[in-house]
Write a new protein. Sequence first.
Length: 253
Amino acid sequence: MHSPAPAIRRIGVRDIGDALAKGLDDFGAYRTDVIFLCVFYPVVGLVLARFMFGSDMLPLLFPLASGFALIGPFAAIGLYEMSRRREQGLSVSWTNAFDVVRLPAFAGIVVLGLALVVTFLLWLVAAWLIYHWTLGPESPGSVSTFIRDIFATRPGWTMIVVGCGVGFLFALFAMAISIVSFPLLIDRDVGLDTAIRTSIRAVAMNPGPMAVWGLVVAGGLAIGSIPLFLGLAVVIPVLGHATWHLYRKVVER
């Protein structure tokens, strides 16, 4: 607890591109292993999507898909470990993703992960309240009716604007406390408070590049979610590996 905080570097948009390229290279090297690890994300997405349709909770389908951005950093901790081992020239397989349970800071990783899960659940509650305030309280009669109400009515556009604004605040909070925290907790034996403070400082010192990174994550998850969430089996590992390399660029060793 209260361990010294590492120094933060200023980065540019070019560093974001380089981190993505290295993340893609890691994915190419271990694609069979990471797809095996990440294939459950589209499965969970499909199950939850079916639950939403079956329970007349269609308004939460988009918040559910976008919410992957909130819990993604926690879901990718095994990928950070795989990138770390490859960086050190060690052998890597999908089983190494579970080595994080033996880390000194594993308790901090779990606590921070639970915080992101709670943030995700709060986002779903907020999204439902926004729908209730704009297009609700009745559930949409059908998918076509719901889509028409969203794009062809004033309450629908109000829901879009307010929902995107509130969602941005949730995403900013999640990114600020986690983008550097998880890789730092895996890389060094530091306290959770130090990891979170370092992550917030990294975002505050690099607002432009971090904004670009947020757009890349949101765009990638949106693209991966469109084909029945199946693309998440590729998007999440690429972004996870890239996050490790972004951490290396931001935090001095």
